[in-house]
Design a protein around this ligand. Sequence first.
Ligand code: C2E
Ligand code: CA
Ligand code: CA
Ligand code: CA
Length: 277
Amino acid sequence: VNGGNSYQIYRPAMEKRVNNYFQIVSEFHKSLFRKEFELYYQPRIDFKTGRLESVEALIRWNHPERGLIMPMEFISIAEESNFILPLGEWILKEACRQNKMWQDRGFPAVRVAVNVSVKQLQQPDFARKLRDIMEETGMDPERLEIEMTESTLMTDTNQMLITFEELKKIGVYLSIDDFGTGYSSLSYLKRLAVHALKIDRSFIRDLPEDEDSVTITEMIIGLAHNLRLEVIAEGVETVQQHNFLLERGCKKAQGYLYSKPLTESQLAEMLGTSGLH
Ligand code: C2E
Ligand code: CA
Ligand code: CA
Ligand code: CA
């Protein structure tokens, strides 16, 4: 009787979620084929030079009926359904291809950071595929950054450790995304030859008023300096946040204060006028 009731209560919402899940999954492959996915690029600023030093690739889905769909709405579904494997491969290839294109046009060197999910890193052929993509596109390893979240580091399966070793050999730049939100053991940072920590937006958001955010941000900057890692703040929106970071010795940031994520052509325009020649 009681069970019947709760069944009645949760079923509609549940059904909607399930339908949405299957609807999105069923559209994924077609969308990849039809080239509905697009990479946007968010610039990162080097405080010292005031110039763009790298960009983060962020996926968008240009849906024919629903318009622009943000990653929050489909990345976890892509991960759950394993569509992240072909999609992730496309993302890496596209980021490398476009970066090589900028290089060929004589633009200043810019590293591109690609978000890679744990499912991808757990594939035994991840490193081989990455090598193939870089060879095929003519991408330099120093120009490619792999961003993995802190929780990825907790998945220390044998395969992951092998993949990390191979990434180290390939020579790509590695950074830990959303740093401070997980509970990763800090020993990973040394073991993995990580290059940079990214301070999560949730800590930057409440600077400089919130005491806990101040403490955590200072801690992460201090940790990075002590381990000789780079540190990047994400989600910087105000001059106050920028000044706080500058005073604490954080030297790089991304956020709406500097630039929103740009389309490839917007970024190319920016790179083209940034004064190399
Ligand atoms: P993330 O990796 O933490 O990316 C940063 C997110 O913060 C991006 O949202 C970016 O547009 C947004 N952001 C940047 N600056 C600001 C700011 O100043 N204020 C605010 N409020 N937001 C800012 P986006 O593009 O919607 O991506 C959301 C998440 O989706 C990403 O979080 C990442 O976890 C995932 N994602 C995006 N692209 C990819 C991808 O190519 N592959 C994978 N596996 N995940 C991706
Ligand atoms: Ca990221
Ligand atoms: Ca992040
Ligand atoms: Ca984040």
